[in-house]
Structure formats: C-alpha cells, structure tokens
Design a protein around this ligand. Structure first.
Ligand SMILES: N[C@@H](CCC(=O)N[C@@H](CS)C(=O)NCC(=O)O)C(=O)O
Length: 333
C-alpha cells in the first residue's frame, strides 16, 4: 500500500474525467484503478454498492463516491488557482448552480440526444433543442464574463462542466462546430482540449486487478523526496515583495502562481540549465534553497514534454521554507 488515496476511474466517463482533472490541478498523486463498467471490481462495490465511478478512497478508509465531492475534497488539499473562489459566497453559489444545471437538466438532455436508442419514445430533436438552450446560455455567459463561466478565469464550474460539453460535441460535431452562437463555448472547450493536461488525464492503463500492476495517476508524475533540497530561481524584486507580504507567489519568470497553478522548482542538477534557458538575460536573480520538509502544499514532480521530471509546488512558498537566498549568475560565474 502506498498510503495514497485510491481512485476507481473509467477513462471516458465525464464524471471520472472531472475528478481526474481536479487531481491534476491540486498536484496530488492517487493510486489509479481503471475499471470496466461491465466488470466492476468487488472491492469497489463493497465500498460503494451503487457502482458508479469515480470513487475515491482515502487513507483513513473514507469513501467519496460522487464526482463533485471528489473534486471538492481534492481541491481542499490544494487549490492554487482558487478554483473554488474561497473568498466569494456569491461566486460559490454561482458555481453550485452551474454544476447543478449540468448534472440534472443538461445531462438529462445530453443522454437522450446522444443515446436516443436507449430511450424508446423520446424525441431526439426535442432533447437537442433543450440541450442547445443550455449550451447557448453557457456560451453567452462565457462571452459576458470574459472567457470563463464565472468570471475571467477558470473556476470549479468550468472544470466540472467541460467533459459534458465535450460529450455533446462528440455526439454532434458538425452542429456544435457550425453554430455561431456557440463560438465562445467552442473557444472555451478548446482551451481544455488543447491544454497538456487533457492528454495527461486521458492517459490509458489496463483495467485494474489486485495481482496486476498498481499504477498511479497522473502516470507521468512521481512523488518528490523530502530529504533533498529544492531550488527556485527568483527575480530579486519578486523576493523583496514576498518578504513584505509573507509568502512567495511567482511560478516562474513573469508568471504568477495564480496563472500557472504551481511554482516551478528544480533539483540541484537542474538549476544551471533552468538559468540558461529562462534567466540569463534577467537582472538580479536569486537562488532560493528550499527545505521540502517545511512545505505543506502538495509537491509533485511532473514531466515536461522532453520527459524530464521537474518538482512543482502546488501552493505558495512560505518564507520559513526558504533556508537560503543568494545571488545567482549561472554555473560558470
Ligand atoms: N453522480 C455520480 C454519477 C457517476 C456516473 O454515473 N458514472 C457512470 C459512468 S460515466 C457510471 O459509473 N455508471 C455505472 C454503470 O454504467 O454501470 C457522480 O457524479 O459521480
């Protein structure tokens, strides 16, 4: 046993997709049990007799078997982009209402439009009409709010809905792609589909068996050992701001934690090449030495496109975790 939460999942299920999306956002690693809907594993059914995915089983045995609850638990561990809009009750209400509309009305019409043969006597055209009313409403919202459903940045509502909008598009690609009123919604959906996270959350693995391989999700990531120091190159002026405000919230040169969702870190042997790639023409640069044992936000080493793993911190960097901040000018100086 790894001590990680266990996630029972099914690759193409939109509910499981949104749960895995939240796991990616929070910087967590979970033990990944891919299931076949026709052959659900007995241990899953013992824990959650209703037999739907996703199911998340925590280290203390707690079972979470509703996808929205899985997302909320996951983002309670870390929510570096404030997807849950902690500071705004009205935005939280808006998020709940949007998700509720998706999970009830929209899903109802989506199922009957997509799988009409499973619903004898139902009118495909009528469910298409009703589903499109919802989609057009979301599209208009996205336009009005400046790119996302709740405001001008991604929220829990966006993360919870996009797998279902994707399903609608799969059911009717020509209609979805040619409807001018859906243009903002198409752009919004494409942001999810073109994000590298999409490939990661659609990774494949064999159906789980107790005697087989025990993969984790995301499969390209690994835990970060907490007995080796971590490093971060910081612009001197950003470090000055952090010392005044109490924590450091820059992801990498010119990008904030809020924008990226994690802080880029390096292991010692990666510092010089990171400097050469991104900081060699910068002004005053500091090398921060970080004690990972002093961090409480999740740490996960994620693969960049070349396959190289880099440690990432899914939260702000507390000043107390920085054991040294010294000027850095590259390996050869
Ligand atoms: N309300 C549940 C719904 C989950 C759900 O219906 N998942 C489908 C797969 S997309 C499922 O497991 N169906 C069981 C089956 O088809 O046997 C949630 O949000 O987690």
């Amino acid at each position: 046993m790894s001590g990680r939460p266990v996630l029972y999942s099914f690759r193409r299920c939109p509910y499981a997709m949104r749960a895995r999306w939240a796991v990616l956002q929070a910087g967590l690693l979970v033990d990944w049990r891919e299931i076949k809907l026709q052959h659900k594993p007995a241990p899953m059914l013992e824990l959650s007799p209703k037999g739907t995915v996703p199911v998340l089983v925590l280290a203390d045995g707690t079972v979470i078997d509703e996808s929205l609850e899985v997302m909320l638990w996951t983002l309670a561990q870390a929510d570096p982009r404030d997807l849950c809009r902690q500071g705004s009750v009205s935005q939280q209400t808006c998020i709940r209402e949007l998700i509720n509309l998706n999970d009830t009305t929209f899903k109802h019409h989506l199922d009957r439009f997509k799988y009409t043969d499973r619903y004898p006597g139902e009118s495909k055209a009528e469910h298409q009409r009703q589903g499109l009313l919802v989609l057009r409403n979301w599209s208009q919202r996205i336009e009005d709010q400046g790119g996302w459903l709740v405001d001008s940045s991604c929220s829990l509502a966006d993360g919870a809905l996009w797998p279902f909008v994707r399903q609608w598009r799969i059911a009717d690609p020509e209609g979805f792609d040619s409807d001018p009123t859906l243009e903002p919604l198409r752009e919004w959906l494409n942001r999810f589909l073109q994000d590298p996270g999409f490939e990661r959350l659609m990774q494949r693995t064999d159906p789980w068996h107790p005697a087989g391989l025990q993969p984790h999700f995301p499969a390209d990531a690994v835990d970060v050992p907490i007995d080796q120091p971590l490093f971060h190159l910081a612009m001197a002026e950003d470090w000055t701001v952090a010392k005044q405000s109490g924590d450091y919230r820059i992801s990498t040169r010119g990008l904030s934690l809020d924008q990226v969702g994690f802080i880029h870190l390096s292991w010692l042997e990666q510092v010089a090449s990171t400097f050469d790639r991104f900081y060699s023409d910068a002004g005053a640069v500091l090398l921060l030495t970080i004690d990972p044992a002093c961090l409480s936000s999740p740490l996960r080493a994620d693969a960049i496109p070349s396959g190289e793993l880099f440690p990432h911190l899914y939260g702000s960097l507390p000043l107390a975790a920085v054991v040294e901040a010294e000027a850095y000018r590259g390996a050869n100086l």
